[in-house]
Design a protein around this ligand. Structure first.
Ligand code: SAM
Ligand code: CA
Length: 236
C-alpha cells in the first residue's frame, strides 16, 4: 500500500480551510471541549482523582472517552474488550454506552490502579457490566480464545504495554467479529514516532506496529489524531 508524501508547507493559523489535519493549540483545544465535551460528573471526578496519582498521564483524554462511547453506540456493541484499564476511565466511558446486558472484559495487571476503577464502576452502577481480569493481558486473551470467545467481541481497545501491541492486536483480531472494531491508543506517542532520533524501545515498538497495520489487508484503517493518536481498524 502506497506511502504518503507530506505537503511541503503546513497551513498557518487562521487558514479557513485546509486539506490536512489542523494543528490544535491550547485555545482551539479549549474551544473544542467547550462546544463538544459532555463529560458526566462521575467521569469528571474519576479524572480529578486520577490527576493526583503517579502516572496520571496514562489516562485517556475526556474527548477520546466520549469518542469511544460514540463508536460503541455506532457499532451497536454489546461485548467489548479492554487491554489496559488503569483507574478505569475508558472502561467506564465504554460501559456507560452499552445496553444493560452489555459487558466489558477489562484486562490489567495492577491491583492498586484497578481498585480505584472498581470504586467508580460501582458508584456509576456499571460494575455488573465490567469483568476485570487481573493478570498479564496476553494470558487473559489466550484464555478467552481457548474458552471459545473468538469472534464474540464487537469492540476492542488496546492501551497497555506498548512492546506487546502487535501481539495484542493479533489476539484482538481473533476475538472481534467481522465488522468489529479495534482501537489502538498512543500510536502517535507524543510525536516521538516521527522523530528519527528517538530510538526508545516503546517508540520503536509503536513504529513497527504502525507500519505493519498500514500494510494489514485484514482490516480497514484510519489513524485518528485524537488524544495521543488512535488507530481504528475494522475487521473485514
Ligand atoms: N485505558 C486506561 C484509561 O483510560 O485510564 C489507561 C491504561 S494505561 C495507559 C496502561 C495500563 O496497562 C496500566 O494500568 C498497566 O497496569 C497496564 N498493563 C501494563 N502491562 C500490562 C500487561 N502485561 N497486562 C495487562 N495490563 C498491563
Ligand atoms: Ca493510552
Amino acid at each position: 500500500m502506497g506511502g504518503y508524501t507530506p505537503a511541503a508547507t503546513a497551513p498557518g493559523f487562521g487558514t479557513a480551510m485546509s486539506s490536512r489535519t489542523l494543528q490544535i493549540d491550547d485555545r482551539l483545544y479549549d474551544y473544542l471541549l467547550a462546544v463538544s465535551l459532555r463529560e458526566p460528573e462521575i467521569l469528571r471526578r474519576l479524572r480529578a482523582e486520577t490527576a493526583d496519582m503517579p502516572f496520571a498521564g496514562m489516562q485517556i483524554s475526556p474527548e477520546q472517552g466520549q469518542f469511544m462511547a460514540l463508536l460503541v453506540e455506532l457499532l451497536g456493541a454489546e461485548r467489548c474488550l479492554e487491554i489496559g484499564t488503569f483507574t478505569g476511565y475508558s472502561a467506564l466511558a465504554v460501559a456507560r454506552a452499552l445496553p444493560a446486558h452489555g459487558c466489558v472484559v477489562a484486562c490489567d495487571i495492577n491491583e492498586e490502579y484497578t481498585a480505584v476503577a472498581r470504586r467508580y464502576w460501582a458508584e456509576a452502577g456499571v460494575a455488573d457490566k465490567i469483568e476485570l481480569r487481573l493478570g498479564p493481558a496476553l494470558a487473559t486473551l489466550d484464555d478467552l480464545i481457548a474458552d471459545g470467545a473468538a469472534g464474540s467481541f464487537d469492540f476492542a481497545f488496546i492501551d497497555a504495554d506498548k512492546g506487546n501491541y502487535s501481539l495484542y492486536f493479533e489476539r484482538a483480531l481473533t476475538l472481534v467479529r467481522p465488522g468489529g472494531l479495534i482501537a489502538v491508543d498512543n500510536v502517535l506517542w507524543g510525536g516521538a514516532v516521527a522523530d528519527p532520533a528517538d530510538e526508545r524501545e516503546d517508540t520503536e515498538a509503536i513504529r513497527a506496529f504502525n507500519r505493519a497495520l498500514h500494510d494489514d489487508g485484514r482490516v480497514s484503517l484510519s489513524l485518528v489524531p485524537i488524544g495521543d493518536g488512535l488507530s481504528l481498524a475494522r475487521k473485514r
